[in-house]
Design a protein around this ligand. Structure first.
Ligand SMILES: Nc1ncnc2c1ncn2[C@@H]1O[C@H](COP(=O)(O)OP(=O)(O)O)[C@@H](O)[C@H]1O
Ligand SMILES: O=P(O)(O)OC[C@H](O)CO
Length: 508
């Protein structure tokens, strides 16, 4: 155990993420007792395609759960509940009778359904989807991926219509396997994950028949939609045998929960592979006119759902990985800070990482990445700065859109995720947002949120006030940038963004 004084009982949270699966054990104060983590393979069959092997992921999940319990020196008797959180939108279909996936999972970053989305836009209309589901038509979401699988895996549509096939995002896959798989596993998802499928009606919290018809997805494949915090079943077999499975939230919604953003207007931004900012908008789904998503924040048991506005940025931490792995300019992600600090500024260079188009607030699949403003003066250190600034300016565009849509001015931003260990980035963020940036003591807010939701469901914590009391500030950055410089840098950034648009010429 990390803390010898920590006494049980505990809650375990499983985070099935884009690059890895991890399990964290938490105590009653929301402190981390143990962590285990394992990466899985990223499969790139064609440019723009990204897949995961779901069987590998389930094996890894079992391993990290066993690893976390063993590191904590505890058994299932010490674990009061398990919470699940997951990479959202990543889509899997599997055989109900054998438990075999019919194809690799199609990952949220995958762009193979671009043409399908454009066709749906022409035939059904953008507005229909946005009105009912809160989402723009984009390859990011699960519904078009399900349709692609049904259209492209031979014989699958017939099997799906017969009721032999199950669909799920990774929450459903993990819960079904945990609760017994072919031996009575429960086939459920929660409202937050369902709200990312493009198949759920945001107002009724049920699958939308008309959308299912337009998307040509048979209802027989769909999981039951449940709240984010309730007991779905108990684990069957394995090291957690008999422990209640008591929460599921998409990872970004889990981070909102873990950051205890329970009041309207509270927001968090999570800096990982991509960056996702969510603002709690209370009991009302707020329509976005500025390129944000309307989504479900969470739903506790039979209470009313809480909605959120979301700004999703596809590429932030993965730009740092690209600089390390593809460009070879740094040896580790952390090294980007030292390199960037070796110069005063970006030397006039701007990097816009529209690697697979641009997500919020543009939703342009025809955009591709650019490095703008190059001269002979620019060195790799300037590029390192521009790479970090790209994350900050992309966040600024999201906070501007949030203010326009919600009318709420940003007073401070709660942050978390792997990139927040970069002090220069956090300072730059405070500078470009012109608002303080605050990081909590427990930076693993995604797992913490899933643990909190599971703990609430089994009475481990009494209510959200008890969770709020656990939140502690670890670090804060305040703005230092001169207003004129902020204005001119923002202008340059927006000019660079413009240069990315229309690079891909779609054939209709
Ligand atoms: N010191 C750092 N500076 C900049 N980026 C970093 C740093 N450390 C990690 N990262 C980036 O953060 C990401 C990992 O964060 P994490 O929250 O674990 O992501 P995810 O949950 O999406 O897998 C990677 O993309 C990595 O490039
Ligand atoms: O697994 P992460 O942290 O990259 O998060 C992915 C998001 O849920 C995608 O919507």
């Amino acid at each position: 155990m990390t803390d010898a004084h920590t006494a049980g009982p505990f809650i375990a949270a499983i985070d099935q993420g884009t690059t890895s699966s991890r399990c964290i054990v938490f105590d009653k104060d929301g402190r981390i007792v143990s962590v285990d983590q394992k990466e899985h393979e990223q499969i790139f069959p064609k440019p723009g395609w990204v897949e995961h092997n779901a069987a590998e992921i389930w094996t890894n999940v079992q391993e990290v759960v066993a690893g976390a319990l063993s590191k904590a020196g505890i058994t299932r008797d010490d674990v009061k509940a398990i919470g699940i959180t997951n990479q959202r939108e990543t889509t899997l279909l599997w055989d109900r009778a054998t438990g075999e996936p019919v194809h690799n999972a199609i990952v949220w970053q995958d762009t193979r359904t671009d043409a399908l989305c454009r066709e749906l836009g022409r035939n059904v209309g953008q507005d229909r989807f946005r009105r009912e589901t809160g989402l723009p038509l984009a390859s990011y979401f699960a519904g078009p991926k399900v349709r692609w699988l049904l259209d492209n895996v031979e014989g699958l549509r017939e099997r799906a219509e017969r009721g032999d096939i199950l669909f799920g995002t990774m929450d459903s896959w993990v819960i079904w396997n945990l609760t017994g798989g072919v031996d009575g596993g429960v086939h459920v998802t929660d409202v937050t994950n369902a709200s990312r499928t493009m198949l759920m009606n945001l107002h009724t919290m049920a699958w939308d028949d008309k959308i299912l018809t337009s998307m040509e997805v048979p209802a027989a494949v769909l999981p039951e939609i449940r709240s984010s915090s309730e007991v779905y079943g108990t684990a069957k077999g394995g090291v957690l045998d008999g422990v209640p499975v008591a929460s599921a939230l998409g990872d970004q919604q889990a981070a909102l929960f873990g950051q205890t953003c329970f009041s309207e207007g509270e927001a968090k931004s999570t800096y990982g592979t991509g960056t996702f900012m969510l603002m709690n908008t209370g009991g009302t789904p707020v329509n976005s006119y500025n390129g944000l998503l309307t989504t479900v924040g969470y739903r506790i048991g039979d209470q009313a759902p809480v909605y959120a506005l979301e700004g999703s940025i596809a590429v932030t931490g993965s730009l740092v990985q690209w600089m390390r792995d593809q460009m070879g300019l740094i040896k580790s992600a952390a090294e980007i800070e030292t390199l960037a600090l070796s110069v005063e500024d970006n030397g006039g260079a701007y990097v816009v990482p529209a690697f697979s188009g641009l997500f919020a607030p543009y939703w342009r699949s025809d955009a591709r990445g650019v490095i703008a403003g190059l001269t002979r003066y620019v060195t790799k250190a300037h590029i390192a700065r521009a790479v970090l600034e790209a994350t900050a300016w992309q966040t600024r565009e999201i906070t501007d859109a949030m203010t326009k849509d919600s009318g709420v001015e940003l007073t401070a931003l709660k942050v978390d995720g792997g990139m927040t260990s970069n002090n220069l980035l956090m300072q730059t963020l405070a500078d470009v947002l012109d608002a303080p940036v605050v990081r909590p003591m427990v930076a693993e807010t995604t797992c913490l949120g899933a643990a909190y939701a599971a703990g609430l469901a089994v009475g481990f914590w009494p209510d959200t006030d008890a969770l709020r009391a656990n939140w502690r500030r670890a670090a804060e950055w305040t703005p230092r940038m001169d207003a004129d410089r902020r204005r001119s840098e923002y202008k340059n950034w927006l000019k660079a963004v413009e240069r990315t648009m229309g690079w891909i010429e779609h054939e209709e």
